[in-house]
Design a protein around this ligand. Structure first.
Ligand code: LLP
Length: 453
């Protein structure tokens, strides 16, 4: 069993997070429930920053808000001195509404809308990470209209192929993201940007992939990006102030996962970077990064209540499989279906008992939404509380209303205190945006009166 962050087993044998007995949280807030460990989020922010700052002082860490963003997370990230990467109008709006310092926001997207660019330019955010030529034209028009300037980074594809699920790898040449380096598009994008006075070219950006458990593709990206910096300098005479290497460092979903530690990661990246910069004779840029999962993934735990349990015959050993169904599934965690993601579970109300039974944890959606195949658990019965670990990143963020499920609440726990930071949706929320055209309303009224008579 792995215990993450402030997770511990308390005197009565229950799982505790942030000093809160999670069976109490389940009783108070209901399940499914996302529990976020504030101390671990803060510790991760500090340790990630410190790992880099101690080795390469010109450093900026932008939290990739796509992993998990709510209004309450913004002040927390701000207090930790991080910047924020947003990738949509909704994320940008959330950050601005929460009062996040606008100069510390970077905007991403491979197909930014006029509305997104207008909001970003009018609020004077830190950087727009430019993805394509159409965006350069749109930005020229928007900045001209608003008579404003904006700083931009040019997103390049370093051409490295990371060892991760193909849906979350982005740095290879064959991708919808960014400007290709090899065919000269990235350089051309820099040239066009430099020719537009209202755009301030500040540097280059890349992101190779996500949930990476080694540093190989990041190292390849460093080399490719330093080469691009050198080419830009040679061809245009301009030095890059910023080199942004994106995010991607992996986390532990299971006990056997061994992602590089922040220190190992920082050591490898900064060594490779300084060596490449020195060899190219380039001045040291500000190193920007955008970790999402590494900062928040292990800080999230999802609580479920066990319902129906059934054992069915199967052809392979051991001849049967036990399905334990919980009160959530695909709608609060689509990652097993999307990426074959794996997880571990703790039986929260018997956390101290040996987890030596093999069970398959299934959701309650109208399809085979298995959360964990062959999980190790303590003996289970209906009403038990299960804690699925490492659900802080891309779970709440990717939750849906499939089957008209209500999206769960989120609580932030710390020092024995639990604060609700996202309310559970209600049945009223489920029909709130529905509209019934008058002609159908009349018909159903007729139907209703007929059935009454
Ligand atoms: N920067 C950019 C430009 C990105 O596209 C991403 C993630 C990040 C930073 C943060 O990456 P991280 O440090 O979290 O790995 N929904 C998928 C993950 C998609 C990641 C997309 N981009 C999942 O559940 O695994």
């Amino acid at each position: 069993m792995m215990l993450l962050g402030t997770q511990r087993i308390n005197e009565v044998g229950n799982l505790e997070i942030g000093g809160c007995d999670v069976t109490r949280l389940a009783a108070e807030f209901g399940t499914p429930l996302y529990v976020m460990d504030e101390a671990l989020i803060r510790e991760n922010c500090r340790r990630y920053r410190a790992a880099f700052e101690s080795r390469y002082p010109k450093n900026i860490i932008c939290y990739a808000s796509k992993a998990f963003l709510t209004m309450a997370i913004c002040p927390l990230i701000e207090e930790e001195g991080l910047y924020l990467d947003v990738a949509s109008l909704g994320e940008l709006y959330t950050a601005l509404r929460a009062g996040f310092p606008r100069r510390r926001i970077n905007l991403h997207g491979n197909n930014k809308s006029r509305e997104e660019l207008e909001l970003a330019v009018s609020r004077g955010i830190g950087h727009i990470v430019v993805d394509n030529f159409l965006e350069i034209e749109m930005l020229e028009a928007v900045t001209r209209e608003q008579t404003r300037q904006i700083a931009v980074l040019i997103r390049a594809t370093p051409g490295v192929d990371p060892d991760t699920h193909k849906f979350i790898s982005t740095g290879q040449a064959d991708t919808k993201f960014g400007f290709n380096i090899q065919d000269g598009s990235a350089l051309e994008a820099v040239r066009r940007t430099l020719a537009i006075p209202s755009l301030h070219f500040d540097g280059i950006h890349c992101h190779v992939g996500s949930q990476l458990l080694d540093t190989e593709s990041h190292e390849g990206a460093v080399d490719a990006m330093v080469q691009l910096m050198q080419q830009i300098r040679r061809e245009t005479g301009v030095a890059c102030n910023v080199l942004n290497l994106g995010g991607g460092l992996g986390v532990r979903y299971r006990s056997e996962h061994r992602p590089p530690t922040f220190d190992e990661f920082a050591e490898t990246i900064t060594r490779r970077l300084t060596a490449a910069l020195d060899a190219a004779g380039l001045p040291y840029p500000t190193l920007q990064q955008e970790p999402g999962r590494a900062l928040i993934g292990e800080a999230g735990t999802t609580l479920y209540t066990v319902g129906a349990i059934k054992t069915v015959p199967i052809l392979q050993e051991p001849g049967t499989r036990t399905y334990v169904s919980v009160d959530g599934g695909l709608s609060d965690n689509p990652r097993p279906q999307l990426y074959d993601a794996v997880y571990e579970v703790i039986v929260a109300n018997r956390a101290g008992a040996p987890h030596d039974q093999t069970v398959t944890i299934a959701g309650k959606h109208c399809e085979t939404d298995v959360l964990i195949w062959d999980a190790k658990a303590a003996p289970l019965q209906p009403g038990d509380i299960l804690a699925v670990q490492t659900t802080g990143a891309y779970n709440y963020a990717m939750a849906s209303n499939y089957n008209r499920f209500l999206r769960p609440a989120v609580v932030l726990v710390r020092d024995g205190q639990a604060d609700l930071i996202v309310e559970r949706e209600s049945l009223t929320d489920i029909v709130r945006k529905d509209r019934v055209p008058a002609r159908l309303r009349q018909r159903s009224a007729r139907g209703a009166s007929r059935s009454r008579s």
